[in-house]
Write a protein that binds this ligand. Structure first.
Ligand code: ADP
Ligand code: MG
Length: 277
């Protein structure tokens, strides 16, 4: 079992979106995967995905009122989900230290646990960071996001965790944005993936379906799937490879047609091949 905690210094960088979609993509790769909402008191995983209603949440578990098995729900694509819960009372009662015991019960059941961590510096933040085999930072291409991520990195490392990569989310490509290389240099970690700004992310959230299932070919969905494939140590799923090959074939055909029929398009020089209509 490998535990990844998705963290960032400030809220709104895309942690919950990434946790849900990467976990769902891992599940569709056949990996037994659990995504856990540890953003105690600000629960939002359950707002992004429909899993048929629930009675027990991580709040109940951390308050000692429920077992973890009672708070695990089947999500779309076969991913298991532990919602955080929305009750203020649950938040006040919850004891983050109980999370360690919860995690001890899970090995053997899962290949991957993806923890959606809270932002900030409270105990609710530090425990999930400390429990991770690896912490993945989520940043947006702007200075405040990087500064806050650096603080989170220091906290995670102080808690004894490894921070080995960062995900750069909501990239538009404007000149004012920090570059991938610059961010990697500032954070002193490699960038695992760059996720573009994609309006489909919000549409999928409104439908309460993970984007990787609702629109698997959307630009952001492709990024989520690439992250999952990297975590699983696998190449892209077969259908993606097949689709890429088919596209390349179609592009070759079209440019050949352009050349022969219209006499336009760029001809590769020096390949010695005769133009065949
Ligand atoms: N790549 C993206 N493209 C467009 N919108 C995004 C993207 N990633 C996240 N968002 C939007 O940004 C907001 C914050 O995302 P969320 O996952 O809730 O962040 P966090 O959990 O870090 O607070 C949401 O409205 C979400 O739909
Ligand atoms: Mg969140």
């Amino acid at each position: 079992m490998r535990v990844y905690t998705i963290a960032s210094g400030k809220g709104g960088t895309g942690k919950t979106t990434i946790a849900l979609n990467v976990a769902t993509a891992l599940a569709t790769l056949g990996k037994k995967t659990l995504v856990m909402d540890c953003d105690v008191g600000m629960a939002n995983l359950e707002l992004l995905v429909d899993f048929g209603g629930h009675r027990r949440t991580l709040h109940d578990v951390l308050a000692g009122d429920a077992e973890i098995d009672d708070a695990i729900y089947k999500g779309p694509g076969g991913v298991d989900i532990v919602p955080g819960g929305l009750s203020i009372r649950g938040f006040q009662k919850s004891n983050p230290d109980l999370l360690r015991r919860v995690m001890d019960d899970l090995p053997g059941k899962y290949d991957f646990v993806i923890i959606d961590a809270a932002s900030g510096l409270s105990k609710e933040v530090i425990v999930p960071l400390a429990l991770a085999d690896e912490v993945i930072l989520v940043v947006n291409p702007e200075i405040p996001s990087i500064v806050d991520a650096l603080k989170t990195k220091v906290i995670a490392e102080t808690a004894g965790s490894r921070v080995e990569s960062a995900i750069l989310n909501r990239v538009v490509g404007e000149k004012t944005e920090l570059t991938r290389d610059k961010i990697s240099e500032l954070l002193e970690v490699p960038i695992l993936e760059t996720i573009p700004e994609d309006a489909n992310v919000r549409k999928a959230a409104a439908m309460k379906i993970p984007l990787v299932l609702w629109k698997p070919e959307a630009p952001a969905a492709r990024s989520f799937k690439r992250i999952a494939a990297k975590l699983a140590g696998e190449r892209l799923p077969e259908e993606d490879v097949a689709a890429a090959r088919a596209r390349a074939r179609a592009e070759r055909l079209i440019s050949r047609l352009m050349r022969t029929v219209l006499g336009t398009g760029r001809k590769r020089q020096g390949d010695g091949r005769r133009e065949v209509p």
